[in-house]
Design a protein around this ligand. Structure first.
Ligand SMILES: Nc1ncnc2c1ncn2[C@@H]1O[C@H](COP(=O)(O)OP(=O)(O)OP(=O)(O)O)[C@@H](O)[C@H]1O
Length: 233
């Protein structure tokens, strides 16, 4: 099964009067339940591609299907609702809400999507356990280490059981030891929960964990490697 299908997708930015091409005719299928890493040098278009797949930005041309939905046909409200229900984001600077504690940060997307109280409690507790932070539930982000903040951010991204979890350089702001532990945690959660993870990264340790590696240069795909066999559905 495919979780994302892009066909002939192009995107440019406009900077004053100058058009900056960012992606050119990208055709790519991302399989479900796999750990896919977008790899390429700085400026190659990784973030732009993640933003399109994550429905944060729209291409100039081409088609995009995410979790079976033709997302380019959705109006703003429907797109925001689709994103909230089906896509989890992990940011390199964590993006936690500073006035909410760890428990409340993880609960937040469940409030937005109308999950009832009992189910919210069950999911937040399960995720706090899964990321090893059950004893830090009441800590504000400012009272947590960088690695612990990233664990909260991971739990928050998984809270709605999204079809797709996206991360832009998730280990970039962590020291190598913490980054390795976070990476292992993400890999274990992805396998256990059979979610699709799509990451961009310069980090060779992230690339080494990929089921599928997509290499990008100058806004074009230069290679796709399937590193592990796809399991039968
Ligand atoms: N908002 C913007 N306005 C103008 N040009 C942009 C904008 N965002 C990105 N670009 C340009 O688009 C191209 C692709 O950028 P993108 O951020 O997708 O690359 P990247 O591979 O994620 O880079 P990095 O690894 O450094 O984060 C680059 O040439 C970049 O300069």
């Amino acid at each position: 099964m495919s979780s994302v299908i892009l066909k002939q997708v192009s995107k440019h930015y406009r900077l004053d009067a100058v058009e900056v091409p960012a992606l050119s005719e990208i055709t790519l299928t991302i399989a479900s339940g796999r750990f896919t890493v977008l790899s390429g040098p700085s400026g190659s278009g990784k973030t732009t591609l993640l933003n399109l797949i994550g429905c944060i930005d729209q291409p100039d041309s081409g088609t995009l299907t995410v979790a079976g939905e033709n997302v380019l046909a959705l109006q703003d409200d429907a797109l925001a609702d689709f994103r909230a229900r089906h896509i989890g984001f992990i940011f390199q600077n964590f993006n936690l809400i500073p006035v909410l504690n760890a428990y409340e940060n993880i609960e937040y997307p469940l409030l937005l999507t109308g999950v009832d109280t009992r189910e919210r409690q069950r999911r937040v507790q399960d995720l706090l356990d899964a990321v090893g932070l059950a004893d830090r539930a009441k800590n504000l982000p400012g009272q947590l280490s960088g690695g612990q903040r990233q664990r909260v951010a991971i739990a928050r991204a998984l809270a709605t059981n999204p079809a797709l979890v996206m991360a832009d350089e998730p280990t970039a702001n962590l020291d190598s030891h913490t980054g390795a532990a976070i990476l292992e945690l993400m890999r274990n959660l992805q396998c256990e929960r059979r979610m699709s993870f799509v990451f961009s990264s310069h980090d060779p340790n992230v690339l080494a964990m990929a089921d599928d590696a997509v290499f990008i240069r100058d806004g074009r795909i230069t290679g796709i490697e399937q590193r592990t066999p796809e399991l039968a559905a």
